[in-house]
Design a protein around this ligand. Structure first.
Ligand code: FMN
Length: 160
């Protein structure tokens, strides 16, 4: 079973969770890199605007062949109750070659349902499982972190 964890992260929270999933699933890792500057006050306003209005961006090329995987686990922080432009761009470019999918989101309190709906719509898939973690749980490594990851893994394994 070949598994890829594919994610976008601006400030490292989603990346930290992705790293744990890579270990747990013995998966390969693909960090989606947004080539647009997302640092600074005005860039953050633009980031929210881009997410809210479903704008695309330019992402870096990656060496992985998505066709080689049986499962791709897609992750992303919630921006303006939406997925990020980087994940949107990745999905728009690759939705036709995606295998089974599962989703994870990090957030600060809201917007996860809408984001999952966007991921379902762009992949055209029902995820095998979803994982949602509020950012402080990841940053402070609260006990829920390992519990939720285990639950996510068990759910996926029960469906494969
Ligand atoms: C531009 C922007 C918009 C955001 N909008 C939301 C939001 O609508 N709801 C929410 O719960 N968190 C929101 N957040 C917080 C992030 O989802 C949260 O901090 C996330 O864990 C950051 O992940 P990262 O460190 O991997 O980039 C937003 C953050 C940014 C930068």
């Amino acid at each position: 079973m070949e598994i890829l964890i594919s994610y976008y992260s601006r400030t490292g929270t989603t990346k930290k969770l992705a790293g744990k999933l890579v270990k747990e699933f013995k998966a390969d890792s693909l960090e989606i890199i947004d080539r647009r500057n997302r640092k600074g006050f005005f860039a953050l306003i633009k980031a929210s605007f881009d997410a809210l209005t479903a704008n695309v961006t330019v992402i870096e090329q990656f060496p992985h062949q998505l066709e080689d995987y049986d499962l791709i686990i897609l992750g992303n922080p919630v921006w303006a109750a939406s997925i990020t432009p980087a994940l949107r761009t990745f999905l728009l470019g690759n939705s036709e070659i995606l295998p089974e999918v599962a989703f994870f989101l990090t957030h600060a309190g809201s917007g996860t349902e809408r984001s999952f709906k966007q991921m379902e719509s762009l992949t055209g898939r029902d995820p095998l499982a979803t994982l949602v973690l509020e950012r402080s749980i990841i940053q402070q490594e609260k006990p829920e972190l390992e519990e939720e990851i285990k639950h996510f893994k068990d759910l996926i394994e029960s469906k494969l």
